[in-house]
Design a protein around this ligand. Structure first.
Ligand SMILES: *Cc1c(COP(=O)(O)O)cnc(C)c1O
Length: 404
């Protein structure tokens, strides 16, 4: 058998170093637990950046994928296939929107929303040619395409990838006043994460989303909510926007929509917005493929039970209560909603990477983001017992670092 160390060395030798993985080589996984090539088990507290909300190998999702593999995997959108209608209707009902435009990755769905907003701006709002602007937030993460990194404020994501796509206006996250000041007659959209995930699970002030909603409605601007990471049960609601009773004009979805099996993303919007796209104007060879739709249908059915949202809310209370007890014991601040937490470690004590490694040694997989923050987002199927155990591992790891 090839060991973890050998596989890591071989991986690093022949792959671009665009990630800095923890030194674990996963071989299989079920539910909330993964097993490495040496047979050591770990509790997954990252969930593929919330792509695995329903856990590894959820039986309903795997069954849907298996059945579909036997029948039909790809047609391209040149033809209809028998999974497409149900996927679009199901996601339309889940979002309350008329129309769905399926893509594959989150970044592609964000790109789709940007294109639709611009086209809507020119054709419906009457913005002057090539003058459309979109208001975006500092600290945003919307993906890695050249247009998206053009308005990233993270130097690593942004620098040396120019020339940059114009047409974006950055404002501080959490300030509706800043948005108001940035709006002009050529503003077509506000693009916002209801909770900023990669920035460290930043929850905006209460009323932020509803104020954006009001402002967009009043000014004739599209509110685009990037719910790629915050959506589909993670926060204890179907969408993080639900916490403020806010319905954006455009939902951007991805990650968990693929059930942890295949990349599936989509935007959802009403006909007055998404109806502007005509044949030939946008597309994707793989977007809305039969396997993706079959898996997506299974995911939507799981969400329609409401069980995952309720469970994330209930376990989220346990998680946040326990994490708050660690404040002053190596933890500076805890943020988040539902089964999603950003934990700021005292930077004097350790970096997020060091804490992630200490957790790994204690059989918990979590990943740092931005310096001394770690993010906890276990699959929603995690047991309460395992969740508490994981937080206890964090407490013990921090205690060890404090006394070291
Ligand atoms: C992960 C993420 C994306 C990008 O998704 P990819 O599938 O990696 O392209 C976009 N927006 C948000 C909020 C994300 O968390």
């Amino acid at each position: 058998m090839t060991t973890s160390a050998e596989l890591i060395e071989m991986s690093e030798r022949r792959s671009a170093h665009n990630y800095h993985p923890l030194p674990v080589v996963i071989h299989e996984a079920h539910g909330a637990w993964v097993t490495d090539v040496e047979g050591k088990r770990y509790l997954d507290c990252l969930s593929g950046y919330s792509s695995l909300n329903f856990g590894h190998g959820h039986p309903k999702i795997i069954e849907a994928a298996r059945n579909q593999l036997d029948n039909l995997t790809l047609t391209s959108r040149a033809f209809y296939h028998d999974q497409f209608a149900q996927f679009c209707a199901g996601l339309g009902d889940l979002t309350g929107k008329d129309l769905i435009l399926p893509m594959n990755t989150g970044a592609e769905a964000v790109e789709t929303a940007i294109k639709v907003a611009r086209k809507w701006g020119y054709e419906v709002k009457g913005v002057e040619p090539d003058q459309a602007n979109i208001i975006v937030m500092e600290g945003n993460f919307h993906g890695r395409t050249t247009t998206i990194v053009s308005f990233s404020t993270d130097p690593e994501a942004h620098d040396n990838f120019g020339p940059y796509t114009p047409g974006f206006r950055l404002v501080p996250y959490g300030s509706t006043e800043a948005i108001r000041q940035a709006v002009d007659p050529n503003t077509v959209a506000v693009l916002v994460e209801p909770i900023q995930g990669e920035a460290g699970v930043l929850v905006p002030p209460d009323g932020y989303l509803s104020e954006i909603r009001e402002l967009c409605t009043a000014q004739g601007i599209l509110m685009i909510a990037d719910e790629v990471q915050s959506g589909l049960g993670r926060t204890g609601q179907t969408f993080a926007c639900d916490y403020e009773g806010v319905v954006p004009d455009v939902y951007v979805l991805g990650k968990a929509l693929g059930g942890g099996v295949v990349p599936v993303s989509a935007i959802a919007a009403n006909r007055d917005v998404l109806g502007i796209i005509q044949p030939g104007q946008h597309g994707s060879t793989f977007g809305g493929n039969p396997l993706a739709c079959a898996v997506g249908i299974a995911v939507i059915e799981l969400l329609n039970t409401g069980e995952f949202q309720a469970r994330a809310a209930k376990l989220g209370e346990v998680l946040h209560a326990r994490l708050r007890e660690l404040i002053g014991k190596g933890v500076v601040e805890v943020r988040g909603r539902g089964l999603w937490a950003g934990v700021d470690i005292d930077p004097e004590l350790a970096t997020g990477r060091e804490v992630s490694k200490a957790l790994m040694a204690r059989s918990v997989l979590a990943k740092d983001t931005h310096g001394s923050t770690i993010r906890l987002a276990p699959p929603i199927v995690v047991s309460e017992e395992d969740l508490i155990w994981a937080v206890n591992q964090l407490a013990d790891a921090l205690y060890e670092l404090t006394t070291a």
